[in-house]
Design a protein around this ligand. Sequence first.
Ligand code: PLP
Ligand SMILES: N[C@H](C=O)CCC(=O)O
Length: 428
Amino acid sequence: MQLDKSKQLFERGQKHLVGAVNSPVRAFNSVGGNPLFIKNAEGTKIYDVDGNEYIDLVGSYGPMILGHGNPAVKDAVKAAVDRGFTFGASTEDEIVLSEMVADTFPSIDKVRFVNSGTEAVLSAIRLARAFTGRNKIVKFAGCYHGHSDSLLVAAGSGLVTLGLPGSQGVPEAAVKDTLVALYNDIESVKQLINQFPDEIAAIFIEPVAGNMGVVVPEQKFMTELRELTKAHGILLVVDEVMTGFRKKFGGAQDHFNIVADITCLGKVIGGGMPVGAYGARNEIMNMVAPLGPVYQAGTLSGNPIAMACGIATLKELKKLNPYEKFEKEAAEIEACIIDAGKEFGVDVKVNRFGAMINPFFTKEEVVDFKTAQTSDTKKFAKFFWAMAENGMYIPPSQFESWFLPATLSDTDLIKIKEAIRASIQSIK
Ligand SMILES: Cc1ncc(COP(=O)(O)O)c(C=O)c1O
Ligand SMILES: N[C@H](C=O)CCC(=O)O
């Protein structure tokens, strides 16, 4: 595989960019070798600067659910560009997208748009504390909610990929009120509630984890979590940055039949533009400025081009309704990985949720952060490069989900399965 131009860019980028990247997972630290520099993408394919073609199973870590270059989305973005980049004033499109979000999520009467998933979650923390008058928050080990100080504890995603327990620069004071429970383990939540009665403002959860690899919690766990939080006056903050619109248009809340107190969104809602959002029932959202005393603002929040991209993406997604297709394709990919593992004697498990799927190179069923970490990351690194050689772009981390695009063709699916088989054979 020719990667000369990527190599040159990686070296050049080291001088003025930190590690030549703007987000750590892009540095390929855990799989070794040279990170790919991308030139362009179209449909289900992505092309690096050396001209290598891959089927894109990263989808920019989730936003590109329609694949690349959807014509309706491109047209909407071009039209928005012609109208102007940003005005520091409100536009109708912000209202349109808010209506689409409120129509989709029963948990949301009002929404505030921000610029990233991180911003959505950190705003939700402030709001939950203000609403309840309590300070402590609970998160689950292995869940990632962006890089705000108080949730960078036992976080998945880039931290686990780099083997970091947390981040330096986060003062103790910022995390002293953060408690960590075990994913999929309601007893661990009960223990914290008993230990800190009337002190917990909110429990934050990835309703399906995608940042320790994919882990789907049990229905019983989610139902009990909802009941328990309600009974104790604790807000349940469902972080649907990754799961929103993914398996069902109504997100994981629709799948599990639960209604969050605060919902966080990102990724798909911007269709590839920087958009995040948090929303809740009126009683909670009316506390946010200018209606209430919780301050949160943003020069570029509700950016007109980003709103147009989000609206067009959600409209196309609704029209396409790819959710049965995701289920079928992901099931085929799962079966292919499991069969190849058996055929070539490679221990591998697969977890999936709609368009999210990934293999774990382990003997153990992966049900939480601990079991995810039994995976053989060296084997994953070899698998990653074998997949690249076979024309597949998957996340360069054992602990990130793959994302299927809605536009995957039968030919793409056959190629994916052939690549998986060949790659598993090569690492046996
Ligand atoms: C569940 C979840 N929450 C929050 C975030 C943070 O979003 P962003 O990277 O847009 O800040 C991410 C991804 O990074 C995520 O997967
Ligand atoms: N796991 C992260 C978000 O989902 C990966 C994206 C990033 O942080 O660069």
